[in-house]
Write a protein that binds this ligand. Structure first.
Ligand SMILES: [Fe+2]
Length: 360
């Protein structure tokens, strides 16, 4: 069980001394936070308005002191990356990004910034009609925070709500023929557990997941940029729209990432099904066979993941200003949600660091 946050040890008097005061305080807070993160996956600190970008970075880095670079490295600079429009880097703390919606005159060295909350119409193939846009929404894109090329997936992401427009709720539509819906607060962040995703599988699928590996596309966020997503936000339609290698930046074969499908929790040992569905390219099976057909790869991954995004498994955080949420990026999938009006200003800070070790 978690250690008590602070332990007090009275000083031992040196030989010949008769001092009866003094104590050493041991700070167990970080050990407690880390233990909580790996047991609960999403942990929330309230009223953290004073947390600076530097402190956010330092908290994030304590999980992996050998890491230092932002989780996507410098690839956000690539104008063709689908991530490029959504994040603005804080000049004095480049591992911390500003995300949100609306016009921000000035914040942490960023001036006159226009933020744009990702809207499903920019990524999904089929859209909610415009006249229903403020009442209904979708999961924008289920994902792990990870570059998936050259850099290892971050252990943890920290999200801080600086400014939150309150009041509205929306109905999230799955629009996949299931009739499933979810009532959500405006601009929620949705989380599902990768461990639950694994536990819901049949014994045969669990064995397949335990023994198979996923290969990710090189430069995945550029590669997928012309492709369009399913209405559940859980992966892409297979329509042959992905960019060919010849239209990508140079590819170094050594930087292509092949990871296990199931990642082990470092505290509990439980397995989580952790696949970034939009970036998958191939499946490497236990017997050495490689499934190369992209449509088939996506269909297999979708069938494994879809059960665990049903409404009863989704935690939709109701953001309040000052909330700092830490999530186990190697144990959950998450998604942006919501359709904002232009004058609904939302300001968040996000930090994660490319990990020093690959997932196991
Ligand atoms: Fe994310």
């Amino acid at each position: 069980m978690a250690a008590y946050p602070i332990s007090v040890h009275p000083l031992q008097s040196p030989a010949g001394s008769d001092i009866d005061f003094g104590a050493k305080i041991e700070d167990q807070q970080f050990a407690t936070i880390r233990d909580a993160l790996y047991r609960h996956h999403v942990i929330i600190f309230k009223n953290q308005h004073m947390l600076s970008p530097k402190a956010q970075y330092e908290l994030t880095r304590r999980f992996d002191p050998a890491s230092d670079n932002y989780g996507h490295g410098k690839t956000l600079d690539a104008k063709r990356s689908i991530l490029h429009p959504d994040l603005k880097t804080i000049p004095h703390q480049p591992q911390v990004q500003v995300i949100g919606n609306g016009f921000i005159p000035s914040y942490e060295g960023l001036e006159n910034v226009q933020l744009r909350h990702p809207h499903h119409r920019t990524f999904h193939r089929d859209h909610i009609p415009d006249d229903k846009d403020y009442d209904f929404t979708r999961f924008y894109r289920w994902h792990i925070d990870a570059a998936l090329y050259d850099l290892y997936p971050p252990l943890v992401t920290t999200l801080m709500a600086v400014q939150v427009p309150k009041g509205r709720r929306q109905t999230l539509l799955y629009d996949d023929g299931s009739d499933e819906t979810l009532d959500v607060p405006l601009g929620t962040t949705a989380f599902v557990s990768g461990e639950r995703m694994f536990d819901l599988l049949s014994p045969e699928d669990q064995e397949f997941v335990r023994s198979s590996k996923i290969e990710y596309a090189p430069h995945p966020y550029i590669w997928m940029s012309p492709a369009r997503a399913l209405s559940t936000g859980l992966g892409l339609h297979s329509e042959g729209r992905e960019l060919p290698d010849s239209e990508l930046p140079p590819i170094d074969a050594k930087k292509i990432m092949i990871f296990p499908m199931a990642w082990k929790n470092p505290v509990t040992g439980k397995l989580a099904l952790q696949i970034h569905p939009s970036a998958v390219r191939r499946i490497h099976c236990a017997d050495g066979k490689v499934i190369d057909d992209l449509t088939r790869v996506r269909d297999i991954v979708y069938k494994l993941q879809r059960p665990a995004i049903s409404p009863q498994y989704v935690y939709a955080h109701d953001w309040e200003e000052g909330d700092v949420v830490l999530f186990n990026n190697r144990g959950v999938l998450h998604s942006v949600v919501g359709a904002f009006k232009p004058d609904e200003v939302r300001l968040f800070r996000q930090c994660n660091l490319a990990a020093s070790e690959p997932p196991q």
